[in-house]
Design a protein around this ligand. Structure first.
Ligand code: HEC
Ligand code: HEC
Length: 525
């Protein structure tokens, strides 16, 4: 199913299609893939078209943009892509030694400073997340409902009202200011997934596949959708959305930055010409992190670049459709509640049995070997919010080096009042040592999802060079805590650019017995 949707060349490479009936869904999914994979022709599953095949006919795909070159566009941001061990915002350093002993590995990084987040109503936030029209352009309901696959009950969520209850969980149905009922992608095409080993759909768990989810109750055939449209106004709505997305994709592959390039930072008014090159030449894949970490995080995203008010960071996806500052300010109110909901999510408990004695031993080892970076857990848990330099942690450096936002896109965000009020984006060459709550459910591991099991995180000799991305309910192994499916049409190939499984060898120094104990302890977090 997914493969046919992702024939991106077919969907996007015909310039004549612009302004006519557009393959809307393929376009948004391609943009989504770009946001996550940002691959210019070498994404692991070959989804990225080669540079030059884009509709704009050869806008240069920025091959490894040197951020130092355009530091002037960085709006005076301190340490744009400086090494993460460079102190920023005056907060340096090693956290206090954990209660059970001295840190075995001193962290080479910085503490990301915190910001008080605006309080909101978590329950209203959930309701808005799964019902509201925060992407205010989309597929008219007439066309969507005519082309929609039958909805299976396993692809529904509680609390969905009106026609939201009649479509797959990745879509929200709303009414435009022109009175057209439309269907738009919501956050859950990437931020919901089945809890491993179960059929339970969980909001906030990152979708594991290298493409947004397409559940039942979706419409993805542009021809069928177009056939179902019933008025000129609906056809206009349909084509406008596709055109915006095409521009975004054609301009570069990091969708957020590409969309920003078309909005004036002060007024957010759309212009057909891009004001800067949003390409970063990033290869590979960015794994979708679980939302339950957000309550502890000072800096969002794998490289910790999203600083300050989380609401302004989360709202960037609405750049797909926002027309002006007034609309963005309304969305801000909505996202205060959505952010409160995201902070309220608790991780799922490990569903299989745990050896409590072994786990207690593991806690002692963890507190010596791991807690200096990842914090401590339980009643008096602490979390140091450290950004570790890419060279220290040694995992694939592509994302830390290039990011999915170019320096110019970062400068745009830091200039746009709607996004930069009490928030900023700061590129530094490192990775956040994430909180490990519910870590068992979040396989595969590391920012690029390159290691399929926790056993492999702890012992680098147990990391497969390639593995099957089947993610089937029966392919999760609770002993090694991760994916061990035998075959799949999707294979993760760690030899591809951005996909290396190297680095983070902190567990290698432990004895096999200590590793087994830490693995048992991690199941309890
Ligand atoms: C196309 C897939 C996709 C969609 C749609 C999407 N996200 Fe994300 N999101 C990601 C990926 C990938 C990351 C990780 C990026 C990184 O770490 O660099 C992420 C990161 C985040 C984070 C930071 C989490 C952390 O641990 O740092 C938050 C918060 C978030 N998204 C909220 C949202 C909200 C709210 C929406 C809807 C308005 C949304 N996302 C829509 C893919 C998506
Ligand atoms: C010097 C700091 C440091 C130490 C010590 C450290 N880690 Fe990490 N850890 C990191 C960083 C940074 C990352 C993120 C790497 C990435 O995503 O590329 C990470 C990632 C992880 C992940 C994957 C998280 C995810 O979401 O995929 C796990 C699991 C983990 N560490 C467990 C451990 C354990 C267990 C220990 C002790 C044996 C340990 N770490 C020691 C810094 C550290």
């Amino acid at each position: 199913m997914r493969a046919s949707v992702f024939v991106r060349g077919a969907a996007l490479s015909t310039p004549e299609s612009r302004g006519k009936t557009l393959p809307w869904v393929a376009a948004i999914l391609a943009v989504g893939t770009a946001l996550m994979a940002a691959g210019c022709g070498s994404s692991p599953d070959g989804l990225g078209p080669p540079a030059g095949s884009m509709p704009d006919g050869g806008l240069p795909a920025d091959g490894g943009q040197d951020h130092a070159q355009d530091a002037g566009a960085g709006d005076g941001q301190p340490g744009n892509h400086a090494d993460a061990s460079t102190p920023v915002d005056g907060a340096v350093g090693a956290p206090d030694a954990p209660p059970d002993g001295p840190a075995m590995v001193p962290p080479a990084g910085i503490a990301i400073p915190g910001t008080t987040q605006r309080p909101g109503n978590a329950s209203a936030g959930y309701t808005d997340l799964v019902n509201a029209g925060y992407i205010s352009i989309g597929i008219p309901w007439s066309g969507f409902s005519a082309a929609m696959t039958p909805l299976d009950p396993s692809d529904t969520l509680p609390g969905r009202t009106g026609d939201n209850a009649n479509v797959g969980y990745t879509w929200n149905v709303s009414t435009t200011s022109d009175g057209i009922e439309i269907v738009s992608s919501n956050c859950l095409s990437c931020h919901a997934a089945r809890i491993p080993g179960t059929n339970t759909l969980m909001v906030g768990l990152g979708f594991q596949q290298h493409a947004p989810a397409i559940p039942s109750g979706s419409a993805v055939d542009p021809t069928l959708i177009a056939l179902g449209l019933t008025s000129v106004a609906e056809t206009d709505e349909y084509t406008e959305y596709g055109a915006h997305l095409l521009d975004a994709v054609g301009n570069g592959l990091a969708a957020t930055g590409a969309l920003a390039a078309h909005h004036d930072p002060a007024t957010l008014v759309w212009s057909s010409a891009a004001s800067f090159n949003a390409g970063t030449g990033l290869n590979g894949w960015v794994d979708v992190p679980p939302w339950w970490r957000v309550a502890k995080l000072n800096g969002l995203y794998a490289n910790g670049m999203g600083r300050g008010d989380h609401v302004h960071q989360m709202m960037s996806m609405t750049l797909f459709s926002v027309h002006d500052v007034a609309e963005a300010e309304q969305l801000d109110t909505l996202f205060v509640d959505i952010a409160a909901y995201i902070r309220s999510i608790a991780p799922p408990a490990f569903p299989a049995s745990v050896d409590a004695t072994l786990a207690a031993t593991g806690q002692t080892v963890f507190n010596q070997a791991c807690a200096s970076c990842h914090g401590t857990y339980g009643a008096n848990g602490t979390y140091p919010n450290l950004l570790i330099s890419a060279s220290e942690v040694g995992t694939d450096s592509e994302l830390a080096d290039k990011s999915w936002l170019s320096s110019a896109a970062v400068a745009w965000f830091n200039q746009a009042p709607v996004f930069s009020d009490n928030a900023s984006v700061q590129l530094l060459d490192g990775y956040v040592a994430p909180p490990l709550d519910g870590i068992w459910a979040t396989a595969p591991f590391f920012h690029n999802g390159s290691v399929p099991t926790l056993a492999g995180v702890l012992d680098s000799s147990q990391r497969p060079a390639s593995w099957a991305m089947s993610f089937g309910q029966s392919d999760f192994d609770f002993n090694v805590v991760g994916w061990t499916g035998a075959s799949s049409s999707n294979t993760y190939d760690t030899t591809q650019p951005g996909s290396s499984n190297q680095g983070h060898t902190y567990g290698d120094a432990l004895s096999a017995a200590d590793r087994a104990a830490v693995l048992e302890y991690l199941k309890t977090l």
